[in-house]
Design a protein around this ligand. Structure first.
Ligand code: AMP
Ligand code: ZN
Length: 481
């Protein structure tokens, strides 16, 4: 597989420390509110990546943290604490907020067919691990105590801006914007590993440490959790592109300073989902959640389909109109699959040929839009329906669009409609294609309602598909001409 590595700025052949095994880490959600569908775009694409690695034969150990402590609203270790903000907003304790929004996050993931990672670890579970790491960093002179907090010393690094397609000056300006300077820092990029002197006097969660009672900085949690569950060598680290700096940059700095060797080879960053007004937000404009999609009548998997049509490294604009277009295409696809009959033998040669193409296209930097195209290629293939269904089921172990289940539901729905109509005396006979049967039924309904224009329109639509309808004594029969 070839994957773009944001640490080297190149598409590279995917490699792992232990052959056949992938140690994978994903920055999890900050559980102070519902995830927006932008957050979930990142998790959908990471889910496809994980499943594609398994599909390619790797054994994957995927670890995710849950940020249930700290994580300030500014990425510069300053600003407001998001968890406290959530607790104040809802008049609950921080732990209640964390529990509620962790459950809500995984409920959203389930609706989007996002698999739960092998290990999910709340940040508050690993305080001892952070203390061990920070202690060693202080002992080896890679971190210092100032004003009651422990800071990582970035001046000792050979290279700090690992993802150096970012411009150092712009970043520095962005980070400081609207934020008072922390005078304890020796260097502008130094960051807090452990807080004891917090601006937040009412900080709910605090632990004892060699530097006093306090709580960990945001970045150290991902290092601590990954080292605990992935070991010293990480193969693949994922997150949204906003996490590249300073979060991932700081993770690399502290992990490598602690380990004394390179830590993670490959970095996978998902570009943002934006709205027409720009950045997606939980506080401004419409708060776009999975629940909102459902309230508006959308199937969450249609949103997954919408995401898969674009490459993960390209920013994607969300509008209701764009989603509607995706839904129309998705429904059409399901109707086509519903028309397949599990008849005939699976032609192994054809199966292998299409599977190899899917592997190659998806293996080219996770090209999901080509993965989607592969579905249509299968539908057009000169082979048995059984082969097509087997291929679609196979691809769907990666794409997770529920293709087979949805098609079965569609078939049942159409069959139920047909039975109902048959009971009222109108029978459609044909090749047993539910989508076409439904159109013939719709033409009958239109005629019955004296809507002849609609009936003619449907007849023409069928004609354009090469289908002719012949009225029979108890209904209609259709055939391909
Ligand atoms: P957070 O809950 O803020 O820690 O974010 C969870 C994940 O969503 C992180 O990997 C972020 O980088 C990612 N993320 C945040 N905003 C967006 C967005 N608009 N589009 C895609 N991913 C995002
Ligand atoms: Zn992280």
């Amino acid at each position: 597989m070839y994957l773009y590595n944001s640490a080297t700025h190149k598409k590279e052949e995917f490699q792992t420390h232990t052959p056949g095994r992938v140690e994978m880490y994903t920055c999890g959600p900050t559980v102070y509110h519902f995830a927006h569908i932008g957050n979930l775009r990142s998790y959908i694409m990471e889910d496809v990546l994980e499943k594609f690695l398994r599909y390619s034969g790797y054994d994957v150990n995927r670890v995710m943290n849950i940020t249930d402590v700290g994580h300030l609203t500014s990425d510069a270790d300053e600003g407001e604490d998001k968890m406290l903000k959530g607790a104040k907003r809802e008049n609950k304790t921080v732990m209640d907020i964390a529990k509620f929004y962790t459950d809500a996050f995984f409920a959203d993931c389930a609706k989007l067919n996002i698999k739960t990672p092998d290990v999910v670890e709340p940040a508050t579970n690993c305080i001892d691990n952070y203390i061990t790491i920070v202690s060693r960093l202080v002992e080896t002179g890679r971190a210092y105590v100032a004003g009651g907090n422990v800071y990582f010393d970035t001046s000792k690094l050979d290279r700090y801006y690992v993802f150096n397609d970012h411009n150092e000056e712009n970043l520095a300006v962005g980070v400081r914007e609207g934020v008072e300077e922390d005078t304890n820092k020796r260097n502008k990029n130094d960051f807090v590993l452990w807080f004891t002197k917090s601006k937040f006097e009412d900080q709910a969660l605090k632990w004892d440490s060699p530097w006093g009672v306090g709580y960990p900085g945001w970045h150290i949690e991902c290092t601590g959790i990954s080292l605990k569950h992935n070991g010293e060598y990480l193969d693949l680290h994922c997150g949204g592109v906003d996490n590249a700096f300073p979060h991932h940059t700081n993770e690399i700095a502290q992990s490598e300073a602690f380990l004394g060797h390179p830590w993670c080879k490959q970095w996978f960053h998902v570009a943002h989902l934006n709205t027409n007004d720009g950045k997606m937000s939980k506080s401004k404009g419409e708060f776009l959640t999975v629940s909102l999609l459902e309230e508006k009548g959308y199937d969450p998997l249609a949103y997954r389909w919408f995401c898969l049509q674009s490459h993960y490294r390209k920013a994607l604009v969300f509008t209701w109109e764009n989603l509607d277009n995706a839904v129309a295409a998705f429904n059409k696809l399901i109707a086509r699959i519903a028309g397949l009959k599990p008849e005939g033998e699976v032609e192994q040669e054809v199966f292998d040929q299409y599977k190899a193409k899917f592997l190659q296209q998806m293996g080219n930097d996770l090209n999901t839009s080509m993965g989607v195209t592969a579905i249509f290629d299968v539908l057009k293939a000169q082979t048995t329906d059984a082969t097509k269904l087997a291929l679609l089921a196979d691809f769907d172990t990666v794409l997770s669009l529920g293709l087979i289940e949805k098609a079965a539901a569609k078939r049942a729905e159409l069959a139920a409609q047909q039975t109902a109509k048959t009971e009222c005396g109108y029978t459609v006979t044909g090749e047993g294609d539910p989508a076409i049967d439904a159109l013939v039924m719709a033409r009958y309904e239109a005629k019955k309602a004296k809507n002849f224009a609609e009936a003619d329109r449907i007849r023409d639509e069928l004609k354009a598909q090469g289908i002719e309808i012949v009225d029979t004594k108890d209904g209609a029969a259709w055939k391909r001409v």
